[in-house]
Design a binder for this molecule. Structure first.
Ligand code: URA
Length: 185
């Protein structure tokens, strides 16, 4: 599930989320539900960014049951007992079950092909894909070099909907991204 920019930008820009929710699954488009509305109309707009200039995608292209990735993982001990090949998941104590690897690999392939100027990771799971580390509170707001190019992470819009005080922090992270893109940081 990936949307291309509809408004051209001189740079390739990527917004990376976690996985589709209910609305996204219905419409087969990322970030079209409540999180997407907050992202487009409030966070991006307040930061002076136009979401139409960004490629938008998720680590996972399918919606996990009850929006919970746990269903696609197994705790490391049980996973080993089953003799499965270990593969980290965004949940640090869990391995990702083999039948869900292809979703992550497709996103990695897309990011490799796009060679983005900047990736904005929305939340811990997106940050995990680029860094192997899901500690969003520790790393958000700082640029880092990933295997797919320069990136910055911020809070996921769904987390902001649950805890609104995170909103100005996310907006400022994206203001920083805008300045970096404009060469005015
Ligand atoms: N949350 C995400 O991480 N991605 C979406 O596309 C929608 C909600």
């Amino acid at each position: 599930m990936w949307t291309k920019p509809t408004t051209p930008s001189d740079k390739t820009l990527v917004l990376l989320g976690e996985a589709p929710g209910e609305q996204e699954e219905k419409q087969n488009r990322p970030f079209v539900g409540p999180s997407g509305t907050l992202l487009r109309e409030t966070i991006m707009t307040m930061a002076g960014l136009d979401m139409d200039e960004w490629h938008v995608t998720n680590v996972f292209s399918q919606r996990p049951p009850n929006n919970d990735l746990k269903a696609w993982t197994l705790n490391k001990t049980d996973h080993k007992k089953m003799g499965l090949i270990p593969r980290d998941s965004p949940l640090s104590k869990q391995y990702l079950l083999p039948q869900y690897w292809d979703q992550v690999e497709a996103t990695e392939k897309l990011l490799s092909e796009l060679q983005p100027s900047l990736i904005v990771c929305l939340g811990a799971k997106a940050q995990w894909l680029l860094t192997g580390d899901d500690r969003i509170g520790t790393f958000r707001g700082s640029f880092f070099q990933s295997r797919f190019g320069t990136a910055i992470s911020t809070f996921h819009p769904a987390a902001i909907l649950r805890e609104y005080k995170m909103l100005p922090v996310a907006v400022m992270d994206l203001v920083k991204a805008r300045h970096w893109l404009a060469g005015t940081l």
